[in-house]
Design a protein around this ligand. Structure first.
Ligand code: HEC
Ligand code: HEC
Ligand code: HEC
Length: 455
């Protein structure tokens, strides 16, 4: 914060060197300030964000005319680079998949408006019309609330938690029961692997929090992959599959490991004849899928089973109104989790699984860890866009006490250490050891039940 004050003073002095008329104009209009949409609440918010925010949060900007002054140019370019790294509002407000604006974007926007921390002080000091008025702030907050109410509230949540970023798990994702039963069998069937040695459950043990509790998974023939296996529990609520999001759905995902040479090392042409030799299972399968075995039917059954893997627990009871479901310490931990801004990425019913975020937003995690490898590049491996380098899918924190080791590189099995790492690399101000301990207590309360049994 001291640094920020210094920057303001330096910039104010630099500002005096510019003709005063240049200081009172904002950044030039952009595509969003001119956009028109049906929804009036969104229209209002777009106008505000478009005039006051988007220019520093998009790669489609044009620098204003006064940017030719050396100090201003450097400053503005740096702000735009950094601002866009944190959040690209053009992509965020008009997502490629044309769904509603994502929960993490809503939380992040809400957070900076509540704290009145955007636009940055150094910018407002030079652009007197850059600050947001109270009415503008309220228009954007009203829109955020409207989007949440319409798209992101879990039915049955207690009224006091209805407008919160974290939500209880839904009661059910309503998968087809007959297909779930088949998928359960297939998920535990080693015949899907080349040498009949490994089932999905071998790396996603339902008795191990839906993971293998190993840093890297051991595939067929003692081969190891380069990323930690995430949990299959609650995976029906993940917005995309894999750390880099390369599969859009559970169906698409289930095709991956069977064909992956260092996982199950097989393919459908090898696996299906093996299943066909099993008269009993084939009869049961054909009763549900008259078209018989295929990549499509098998992966659908597995995906249906995964959609049944919800693990409600004490935290859900708490969010549904039972104030005693969490201890005082756990509740304090939840408050710290929110105030430390962990919710800006760990959001929704999964406390994660809704966005790709840079690992090392405030400090360089990978430099501190040592050399980087392809899996570290995350989303970049799919989009080849430089701004996606080191962006990983935010993992769910559900059942976190059971899903160690942590992070895509499986670099620690100590939950408290993982929380401290997050505080160091993902939050602006860091977190105290006391808060980290409380947050870890809260995270331990996220262990749920499956089929009525505690994980
Ligand atoms: C002059 C450029 C500039 C303007 C204008 C600006 N921002 Fe930012 N914004 C930044 C920079 C730079 C960062 C990176 C963090 C920092 O420096 O504080 C950032 C970070 C953010 C973040 C991310 C915080 C996080 O948790 O990662 C949000 C959200 C945000 N801005 C929203 C807004 C909103 C809303 C407005 C309009 C009211 C706005 N910004 C206007 C430059 C700008
Ligand atoms: C050899 C161990 C191994 C086997 C066998 C295996 N997986 Fe995985 N699974 C992983 C690893 C490692 C990842 C993460 C890979 C990545 O993100 O690049 C993963 C990712 C997933 C995910 C994505 C979860 C998320 O949040 O992104 C799902 C779902 C999943 N596996 C289900 C299955 C199913 C279904 C099978 C059987 C058809 C299976 N896995 C077999 C190791 C395994
Ligand atoms: C800017 C987004 C962001 C913020 C803020 C953030 N996280 Fe994370 N979190 C991530 C990402 C991305 C990962 C995965 C990183 C990796 O695998 O290398 C992660 C991983 C984790 C993990 C390990 C989960 C697992 O199964 O591997 C824990 C625990 C965690 N975060 C807790 C927290 C806590 C507590 C806070 C607040 C102090 C926090 N996070 C703030 C993005 C964020």
């Amino acid at each position: 914060m001291k640094r920020a004050a210094l920057v303001v003073i330096v910039l104010l002095l630099a500002g005096l060197a510019l003709p005063i008329s240049n200081l009172v104009v904002g950044l030039p209009p952009n595509s969003i300030s001119k956009a028109k949409v049906e929804d009036p609440a969104f229209n209002k918010a777009l106008h505000v964000l478009g005039t006051k925010c988007v220019n520093c949060h998009t790669s489609e900007y044009t620098l204003p005319f006064y940017a030719k002054f050396p100090v201003a140019k450097q400053m503005i370019e740096a702000d735009i680079r950094l601002g866009t790294r944190h959040l690209n509002y053009v992509e965020a407000l008009f997502p490629a998949e044309s769904g509603p604006v994502s929960e993490p974007v809503l939380v992040k926007t809400e957070q900076v408006l509540r704290e009145n921390s955007m636009p940055p002080m150094r910018y407002v000091a030079l652009h007197w019309d850059g600050a947001m008025s109270r009415a503008e702030r309220e228009a954007v907050l009203a829109w955020i609330k409207a989007v949440r109410t319409k798209h992101y509230v879990t039915p049955g949540v207690a009224p006091q938690f209805a407008d919160e970023p974290v939500q209880p798990l839904p009661e059910s994702l309503n998968p087809d029961a007959a297909k779930v039963a088949l998928g359960d069998k297939l998920f535990h069937d080693k015949r899907l692997s080349k040498d009949n040695s490994l089932a999905c459950a071998g790396c996603h043990g339902l008795d191990k929090g839906g993971t293998d509790q190993q840093q890297f998974s051991e595939g067929v023939g003692k081969q190891f992959g380069g990323v930690n296996a995430p949990t299959v529990f609650n995976s029906g609520l993940q917005f995309k599959m894999f750390w880099d999001g390369r599969a859009a759905t559970l169906e698409e995902q289930a095709d991956g490991p069977v064909n992956n040479p260092i996982e199950m090392a097989s393919n459908w042409d090898e696996a299906i004849p093996k299943l066909q030799q099993d008269a009993e299972f084939t009869q049961a399968f054909n009763a549900v899928y008259p078209q018989g075995y295929s990549k499509e039917t098998i992966t659908e059954a597995i995906a249906m089973f995964e959609r049944s893997l919800l693990t409600p627990g004490r935290f859900d009871q708490f969010l549904r109104g039972d104030a005693k479901a969490l201890t005082d310490e756990e509740q304090q931990g939840y408050q710290r989790f929110k105030s430390a801004n962990c919710v800006s990425c760990h959001v929704g019913p999964l406390l994660g699984g809704r966005s790709f975020e840079i690992m090392g937003l405030y400090k360089d995690y990978f430099q501190d860890r040592g050399k980087t490898d392809k899996p570290d590049f995350g989303r970049f491996n799919v989009t080849a866009k430089e701004e996606d380098r080191f962006k990983l899918k935010v993992p769910t924190l559900r059942n976190i006490a059971r899903t160690f080791p942590y992070f895509h590189d499986g670099s620690t099995s100590d939950l408290l250490q993982a929380v401290k790492t997050m505080g160091k690399y993902q939050t602006e101000d860091g977190i105290s050891d006391g808060d980290a301990a409380l947050i870890a207590k809260f995270l331990q309360s996220l262990t749920g039940t499956y089929n009525g049994k505690a994980l």
